[in-house]
Ligand binder design. Structure first.
Ligand code: ME8
Length: 475
């Protein structure tokens, strides 16, 4: 197995640019951001890659509708995606665009390795293609002759294409899943993939003819590389594959790749097979989370019905949105998004819970007139084993529950001991451990609520502690 290393490399899917980010994309990206921040706090050299998938047919169609050239369109849209992650405070290290020269260079290098291995051949493809999925669908998968996800009629496509010998890797993939039960998480997804690889794995078409958008096929100018084959390689090119070997070697293989459950076949079967073919190490783990609905309806660019994460952030704050997303639903499962529930959680756990506690303690500290010489805690000292275990297991809900138990118990200490009845030295003595605990809470909050954590850390520094305006005004 791999030697222990001090780096942590985590990725999110790279999203299509034919629309703007919605709450589903935000969910995957924030999950990765939580883990990036957590590992950084543990002292790891952590790298979070995000980006946009621009070589898809969807891009040129959307550009046409917008009256722009595809280049202009993808440029404009990818800027908007990047700005959204900036507005939401995502701590990414690189934003990879699949139309960039670095990416293309890496794709060509990768292609050369796979081709040398003899894993690319020319064949004829006849199939039903769903533009929403940017993938072929089988007749069996259709519901009323429509793609079940996008409710669109697939097109029949018949053409000469290049194929990747995916089926050649069937036994290697099954062995991978067998030997590394942690490779695909959660377990339900692992079983789904084992079933797919055992029963349905076929060679996959990796080129398209007659397109004027996409990376030109390296060995045949009539073809373009089919978007998934190029898109997956972003996880390598985003850390320098093909252009900066040193950085690439430092970070690859990824420690964790986060995806939604809609794209697991590509990530858990095609992607490791591509890497095996190229002779590159495999990622350690792929985690597929569930899907949000809004009032039971799938959210998505092709179906409309989106919720704008930037507006929610402006209204409730980024931390509140993060808190809601990861307390409401067990990471991995599906859930329903509701602004009403977001507001309820905001008021009960943030305004009344954390906000109220910190305001009370700060006010008492000011009233006491005391000076507090406080301890500097490292992240490890501040966090409990249970909290760390939850995050290592990607149980974000569990980790937040650990924090909120502490918050409730601190509140209870104030009420049970009727701290407001104390004065001067007695009050100072009673407050000191409470303030120390708030400081610890503010440290372990950081992966989840980074702005709040910073604010509390700077407010409760001592020696003098002033009153604090409610950090979460009631909504
Ligand atoms: O599939 N709930 O991009 P995409 C939760 N470009 N997560 C959701 C969601 C929802 N309702 N809707 C979308 C692509 N997501 C490819 C990926 S990677 C090499 C290429 C999230 O723009 C979830 O992470 O369609 C899902 O996997 C991803 O957005 C799909 O984004």
């Amino acid at each position: 197995m791999r030697a222990m290393s001090n780096k942590y490399y985590i990725t999110t899917p790279i999203y299509y640019v034919n629309d703007l980010p919605h709450i589903g994309h935000t969910y995957s990206t924030v999950a990765a951001d939580i883990l990036k921040r957590y590992h950084k706090l543990l002292g790891k050299d952590s790298f979070l890659l995000v980006g946009t998938d621009e070589n898809s047919q969807k891009s040129s169609e959307a550009a046409g509708r917008a009256g722009l050239t595809t280049e202009e369109y993808v440029q404009e849209m990818s800027t908007k995606w990047e700005q959204t992650w900036q507005k939401l405070g995502i701590s990414y290290n690189n934003f990879i665009r699949t139309t960039s020269e670095e990416h293309k260079k890496g794709v060509y290098d990768f292609f050369t390795l796979v081709e040398k291995k003899g894993d690319i051949y020319k064949g004829e493809y006849i199939g039903l293609y769903c533009k929403g999925c940017e993938a072929f669908v089988t007749e069996k998968e259709l519901v009323d002759n429509l793609c079940p996800i996008h409710k669109l009629p697939p097109e029949e496509i018949k053409e000469e294409n290049y194929f990747f010998r995916l089926s050649k890797y069937k036994e290697d993939l099954l062995k991978l899943y067998q030997d590394n039960p942690e490779f695909i998480q959660p377990e339900s997804r692992r079983r789904e993939i084992i079933n797919y690889v055992q029963n349905h794995l076929e060679d996959i078409s990796i080129s398209r003819q007659g397109m004027d958008w996409g990376i030109p096929f390296p060995t045949d100018e009539k073809h373009r590389i089919y978007v998934w084959f190029d898109a997956l390689i972003n996880y390598l090119t985003g850390i320098g594959y093909g252009t900066d070997d040193k950085t690439f070697e430092e970070y690859w293989p990824a420690n964790l790749q986060i995806v939604g459950k809609d794209i697991i076949k590509f990530h858990c079967a095609l992607w490791p097979a591509m890497l095996m073919s190229a002779g590159l190490p495999l990622p350690e783990k792929i985690f597929a989370h569930g899907f949000f609905t809004i009032n039971g309806q799938k959210i998505g660019k092709s179906t409309g019905n989106s919720i704008d994460p930037v507006r929610l952030t402006e209204e409730y704050g980024f931390d509140a949105l993060r808190y809601y997303l990861f307390t409401e639903i067990k990471f991995g499962g599906d859930g329903d998004f509701s602004e009403e529930k977001l507001r309820e959680k905001y008021n009960s756990d943030l305004a009344n819970g954390l906000g109220n506690l910190t305001a009370r303690v700060a006010k008492l500290a000011e009233n006491s007139g005391g000076e507090f010489q406080l301890t500097q805690h490292t992240f490890n000292e501040a966090s409990t084993e249970e909290y760390q275990q939850c995050i290592e297991n990607l149980d974000f809900q569990g980790a937040l529950q650990v924090i909120w138990q502490i918050i409730r118990s601190l509140d209870k200490t104030i009420s049970d001991n009727e701290l407001w009845k104390f004065k001067d030295e007695e009050l100072i003595t009673q407050l000191r451990p409470l303030i120390e605990d708030i400081r610890k809470v503010s440290i372990i909050l950081e992966p989840f609520l980074p702005d709040t954590a910073k604010l509390l850390q700077s407010h409760f520094t001592g020696p003098k502690i002033n009153a604090l305006n409610p950090i979460f005004p009631r909504k």
